[in-house]
Design a protein around this ligand. Structure first.
Ligand code: SAH
Length: 338
């Protein structure tokens, strides 16, 4: 249980206060990042009660901070109350700063090239535990003179749509309570079709990124096993509905370049077809090394060639620079190893 699992109504009943007081407390939790000792306008006796209440506490303790990329990437190991661990990554850029957060400790999806998949599944995070990662890192940015967080990506440990309610409730809290624009909040999914349908029905305003990595079922099923349950045709159909239900929506497709697995011309041409149909932006990244042997990152010329095939077919594509590799904080490296 985290303090950020409390709604305004929960606060009202738990502390037996008037509605306006619970709104004040709620505001302190978010706008003032939970610094109750600095509260003004709230009776001291109530502040003491809040600080003493066992459930109304932070649920994450910062275990270890690792830095790399000239201190522009920082990885945080958080320990939960039950000693399970999750990781979040803070990335500072010249014009923004982005935080990559976890929604589960471990993951069930078992993608063969991802370190989190290899650690197995521990448990879902509560909404509060997801929110608290951002609150704590916002405080860290203030304390260390960094730019405030401008973007949030659900690309840390876990599959956000396998923990749908808590992830989406956390996204709403970022938008409504922390005033981060919905277009700056990206939920990344491996492609859980019923959950994508639910996003469509609920008309959610957040951005969606889909981890594709293979443009035919044979290739994709090898590295992303959930593809056997929700094959590409089903996934593409659900994404088409998602896009058609609201024309302002934009989709990105994530593609980790793995040598001789998905960096061929054939894969690029098939990917271009999918990206065109979905009007999607393609983000290419090199495979980051994980403990699992057997895969290598694509060579630079193969990656550049893959990119130009897509460009020549008029697809918007970025070949991203990887951040955080040396501290195992890059995509797919988040697992409790160091
Ligand atoms: N479960 C979600 C979010 C977590 S993974 C999802 O699948 O989208 C975030 C991104 O990192 C995904 O696109 C994932 O496929 C990618 N990734 C995983 N392992 C990687 C690795 N070893 N190197 C590069 N990218 C990786």
């Amino acid at each position: 249980m985290s303090i950020y699992d409390f709604s305004i109504e929960d606060i009202q009943s738990r502390f037996d206060v008037e509605p306006y007081r619970s709104c004040q407390i709620y505001e302190l939790m978010y706008r003032h990042l939970g610094n109750f000792s600095k509260a003004t306008g709230i009776p001291k006796s109530l502040v003491a009660k809040l600080i003493d209440c066992e459930d109304f506490q932070n649920s994450l303790s910062i275990g270890k901070i690792s830095k790399c990329d000239n201190d522009q990437t920082e990885k945080f190991l958080f320990e939960l109350k039950d000693k399970k661990v999750v990781e979040s990554v803070l990335m500072h850029y010249y014009n923004r700063s982005s935080v990559c957060i976890s929604t589960q400790s471990g993951c069930k999806m078992n993608c063969s090239f991802c370190a989190t998949g290899q650690m197995g599944f521990k448990r879902n995070l509560s909404k509060g535990e997801i929110v608290e990662q951002v609150i704590r890192l916002m405080q860290y940015c203030i304390d260390n003179g960094h730019r405030p967080i401008t973007n949030i990506v659900f690309m840390g440990m876990g599959e956000p749509l396998d923990n749908y309610e808590n992830s989406i409730e956390a996204a709403w809290a970022f938008k409504n309570e922390l005033n981060i624009g919905a277009k700056h909040i990206t939920v990344s999914t491996v492609g859980i079709v019923p959950a994508i349908k639910r996003l469509t029905e609920e008309n959610l305003p957040f951005r969606l990124a889909v981890s594709l990595h293979g443009s035919d079922n044979e290739t994709r099923s090898k590295i992303v096993p959930i593809n056997k349950k929700y094959p590409l045709e089903m996934l593409i159909e659900s994404l088409t509905e998602y896009l058609e239900s609201n024309r302002s929506r934009r989709l990105s497709l994530e593609w980790t370049l793995i040598k001789d697995v998905n960096d061929t011309q054939d894969q690029a041409v098939k990917l271009a077809k999918i990206a065109k149909k979905l009007r999607a932006h393609v983000n290419l990244i090199y495979l980051n090394p994980t403990a699992k042997i057997g895969y290598n990152a694509s060579q630079t010329d193969a990656a550049v060639n893959f990119k130009s095939i897509l460009e020549n077919l008029n697809i918007n594509v970025t070949l991203r620079k990887t951040r955080g590799q040396s501290i195992n904080a890059a995509c797919g490296q988040l697992a409790y190893m160091n």
